[in-house]
Design a protein around this ligand. Structure first.
Ligand code: SF4
Length: 414
């Protein structure tokens, strides 16, 4: 595969790119540009395209992004708080979890969690994203108490918290039925739910990755119930491990179906598998994550499959790095994710892209690809558009080096 075919060609207008594609691929892409919904067989075919067809796919995804969300690229100023790394679930793709007696096991108190949220607020954050491991002896009401502690310390902070796996865990521990438990969390300040623990929504794949994790039906049930109660969620897909192209396509189609019914997804976040420190990789059961081409195709395909239903497509810089994230923003994506401030899950799995990106760096990176930066809220309200260059902005020299290539990305976890 030539490098020219693994770099989105933002300058190519879609019509000429589509004309250069083979007739069958041109038919599919033209249909997408004309607003026809991409079906399973065409999505499968697009997973395999090469050469001029690949360029046409990227160009079409970029054009659809422009039509659906414009030239603004958003980011959120937020802080991740992973309150414990103690977990008994045992997912083979996870490099983050520890046993309770591990030397580096930790568990943050409610006071420490609230202090981190206050510090984030003082540094301009509008959101805290809270997830953690699932220890055996977790207090049944701990998730509720986290919400109370944060809202007491910083009432204005948006709390984006608790994966469907954690929601299921809280229900099991408290004995409350699903809707009652979600309504309780909502009344205590839960603003939205991360659609993590999705991995690949296929029970055979889940049995290989994490047999103790909630099945597809429960993940979907929790997400639907949250949406019905007016709690928005994100949705995610972890790729680049044991799954096939068919799993990825069926996963996206299921998300599209849910969104049609509920309208509750705020964004789709593809999460490349970060392999180095995972049992799945050490045991030789998976490749070393996704290739650059696969990362780009997943983002482009997501724009074509999901775009009209789920408009916001986020890049995960912590999984892919900033350079490859920029490339994905030219292949259909429109959101740069969050500043994070601290990040444990991907770093523990072996990601090497740091824990914090300053808003100025996001803005420089966005301007570096000719787009317009904007800070957003968790639910995609625009807080500020940065139309003019601010003095702190700069395009890092490495982005200006002709022919510079992103390092091969590590793959992802969680
Ligand atoms: S992915 Fe989450 S649930 Fe699975 S082992 Fe890691 S911390 Fe536990």
């Amino acid at each position: 595969m030539l490098e020219t075919h693994t770099t989105p060609a933002a300058s190519i207008v879609p019509e000429s790119a589509v004309r250069a594609a083979t007739p069958e691929v041109a038919r599919m892409l033209t249909g997408a540009l004309e607003g026809r919904e991409l079906q399973f067989s065409d999505a499968m075919a697009l997973c395999e395209v090469q050469g001029a067809d690949l360029d046409a796919l990227f160009s079409t995804a970029d054009e659809l992004r422009r039509r659906e969300t414009g030239d603004v690229v958003t980011y959120v100023v937020n802080r991740n708080i992973n309150f414990t790394n103690v977990c008994t679930v045992g997912c083979s793709f996870c490099g983050f979890s520890r046993g309770p007696r591990a030397a580096d096991a930790y568990f943050l108190s409610l006071e420490e969690i609230a202090a981190k949220a206050s510090d984030a607020w003082d540094r301009g954050a509008t959101e805290v994203c809270i997830q953690g491991g699932l220890p055996r002896d977790l207090d049944p009401w701990f998730y509720r108490d986290i919400l109370r502690a944060i809202k007491r310390a910083v009432p204005g902070m948006h709390i984006h918290a608790f994966s469907p796996m954690e929601i299921a865990n809280g229900m099991d521990r408290t004995g409350l039925p699903l809707r009652e438990y979600l309504a309780l969390l909502q009344s205590e300040g839960l603003g939205s739910i991360p659609g993590t623990a999705a991995e690949i929504l296929d029970d055979e794949v889940r049995a290989r990755l994490s047999p103790n994790k909630l099945p597809v039906s429960r993940w979907v049930e929790i997400i639907r119930a949250a949406h019905e109660l007016g709690i928005p969620t994100t949705c995610t897909m972890m790729y680049g491990h044991v799954e096939t192209a068919e799993h990825r396509v069926r996963h996206m189609l299921l998300l599209r179906e849910i969104q049609r019914e509920t309208g509750g997804f705020t964004e789709f976040v593809p999460l490349g598998f970060v392999h180095p420190n995972t049992r799945l990789y050490r045991d030789g059961e998976t490749q070393a994550g996704a290739s650059r081409r696969e990362h780009l195709v997943v983002h482009a395909l997501a724009r074509l499959v999901l775009g009209p239903a789920i408009r916001n497509l986020q890049v995960s810089w912590v999984k892919m790095g900033l350079d490859l994230s920029q490339a994905c923003l030219e292949a259909g994506a429109n959101d740069f994710s969050g500043t994070l401030m601290e990040e444990s899950i991907s770093k523990s799995a072996g990601a090497a892209f740091g824990e914090y990106v300053a808003p100025e760096e996001f803005r420089a990176r966005i301007r570096g690809i000719g787009r317009i930066p904007a800070e957003r809220t968790t639910t995609y309200g625009i807080r500020q558009i940065f139309a003019a260059t601010d003095s702190a902005d700069r395009v890092p020299a490495r982005l200006r080096v002709a022919g510079a290539r992103a390092p091969h990305p590590p793959a992802t976890g969680y």
